[in-house]
Write a protein that binds this ligand. Structure first.
Ligand code: FES
Length: 103
């Protein structure tokens, strides 16, 4: 089965940042947010990420730095066999993992 590798910043202000890699079974059309949900369901339910609408760019809560560029996790598709790096936004106060403080 094809997989996608997500390299995700984990941690909080107390523990500091570390990068963790997760292999997620690829499904046609899955978004990076779908892949994060899979990790939360099957590997680590404590992985924090903000989201609301789960559709393309309506709430903007799933903003993150994806391979060095700001984007929305719910609108960027995973690629079979691919690897992607996901970090929290740098311009907002960091809470935990991919979650930042949005006002
Ligand atoms: S979850 Fe709302 S824009 Fe991504």
């Amino acid at each position: 089965m094809a997989a996608v590798t997500l390299n995700i910043v984990r941690g909080d202000a107390e523990s500091g940042k570390r990068m963790e890699a997760y292999e997620v079974p690829f499904k046609e059309g899955m978004s990076l947010l779908d892949a994060i949900f899979w990790i939360r369901e099957h590997v680590d339910p404590t992985l924090s990420v903000r989201y609301s609408c789960r559709s393309a760019n309506a709430c903007k809560e799933c903003s993150a730095i994806i391979d060095g560029k700001v984007g929305y996790l719910c609108s960027i598709r995973a690629a079979a066999g691919g690897s992607v790096q996901i970090e929290p936004l740098k311009a907002l106060p960091w809470i935990k993992d991919l979650a930042t403080l949005m006002e």
